[in-house]
Design a protein around this ligand. Structure first.
Ligand code: AMP
Ligand code: MG
Length: 345
């Protein structure tokens, strides 16, 4: 299959809409990462997403809409809880996914057999325009091969998906750079299943009590079921081995310099660069600038492999404050939960 390269203009957006309403696959830009979209109401088209990504069939997809009213218009949920109105008013359109009891229009392929469905109203104007052109909600996971870092540019998408999908619509670089925050309203107390651009602190401001699922910070024990199936996999990983160091800034510099050599890289901060010796440096941004760190994380993880010959990457364990929690959540998965605690040793 030849993957068409479409651009951000009316004609190409309509082409994307036609491919999607005809059951095809198009990667589209959103404010979080590029999504691999298909008609969410067409089970066969949705099944093709799993095949193109090599995604495990038990990992459900997010349904993207272009207006709050689409939820009822397309019978996406059984009922809309009060908290969903509150969240939508505060954060939609934007990087927040809301899980509710699923409606009758949702095929099993989307919800992976669960009785809930995840819904998001993205703020990216191109994403909204494509959904409107397709005249149907779009199921869209990140447009990467399963297990590799999520794509934040059309070039990343082509690296993984060229020849596997009908088209990619190039809308430039994604603003947030990490996937959406996922919150479930299907539990007794609203619970964050995946942190993202909307922070836990912001959610508590509008909803009051909000829990954070165990799987956000920790590896699930053997046999423990994941509330969000996507959280159980090693994920976002470059081919090189990512090792996280829990320590002070000074101890990080010391440790990396002592372990420097060919094949070693530091996923570090701007302030570290002049202090590190004999390693390749890839900076995520300034130490306290978590937004920039989020924005650059996936591109940096892909660049690690682009260097060639990098076998080990040392990074700090990020802070869990604000958007830092989302960076933390992705990095511990990229590291396969391998953390060296220098504070303890
Ligand atoms: P991705 O599209 O790659 O960003 O992945 C979507 C994420 O949302 C995965 O972590 C899924 O496990 C999660 N998700 C989607 N639908 C549901 C659902 N109904 N219940 C729980 N988690 C969900
Ligand atoms: Mg993904």
């Amino acid at each position: 299959m030849i993957t068409q390269h479409l651009h951000n203009n009316e004609n190409d957006i309509n082409t994307a809409g036609r491919i999607l309403s005809g059951g095809g696959l198009v990667a589209i830009p959103t404010e979080t990462v590029y999504g691999l979209a298909a008609d969410a109401l067409n089970g066969a088209a949705v099944a093709d997403i799993f095949a193109a990504k090599g995604r495990p069939m038990d990992n459900p997809l997010i349904v993207h809409i272009a207006a709050f009213e689409d939820i009822n218009r397309f019978s996406l949920v059984r009922e809309i809880p009060d908290a969903a109105y509150t969240l939508a008013k505060a954060f939609w359109p934007g990087p927040l996914t809301i899980i509710m009891k699923k409606g009758k229009a949702i095929p099993d392929e989307v919800s992976a057999g669960l009785d809930t469905v995840a819904i998001r109203f993205p703020s990216h104007p191109v994403a909204q325009a494509v959904i409107r052109a397709a005249e149907t909600p779009l199921a869209a996971p990140s447009a990467n091969l399963s297990g590799s870092p999520s794509p934040t540019t059309a070039e990343h998408v082509m690296n993984d998906m060229d020849g596997r999908i009908d088209a990619v619509l190039d809308g430039g670089e994604c603003a947030v750079g990490l996937e959406s925050t996922v919150i479930t309203l299907a539990a007794d107390v609203p619970r964050v299943l995946r942190p993202g651009g909307v922070t836990v602190e912001q959610l508590r401001e509008v909803l009051g009590e909000v829990e954070v699922d165990d799987a956000v910070l920790h590896q699930l024990a053997q046999g423990q079921t994941a509330a969000s199936p996507g959280m159980k996999y090693k994920h976002y990983a470059p081919k090189a081995n990512v090792i996280l160091l829990k320590c002070s800034d000074d101890a990080y510099i010391d440790y990396v310099n002592k372990n420097a050599g060919t094949g070693v890289a530091a996923l570090c901060c701007d302030e570290d660069i002049p202090l590190l010796r004999g390693v390749k440096t890839i900076s995520l941004g300034r130490r306290l600038d978590y937004e920039t760190q989020a924005h650059r994380l996936f591109d940096s993880l892909r660049r690690v492999d682009g260097y060639g010959g990098v076998l080990t990457v040392f990074s700090r364990l990020p802070s869990t404050d604000g958007v830092g929690l989302a960076v933390y959540n992705r990095l511990i998965r990229a590291a396969g939960f391998e953390v060296i605690d220098l504070d303890e040793s």
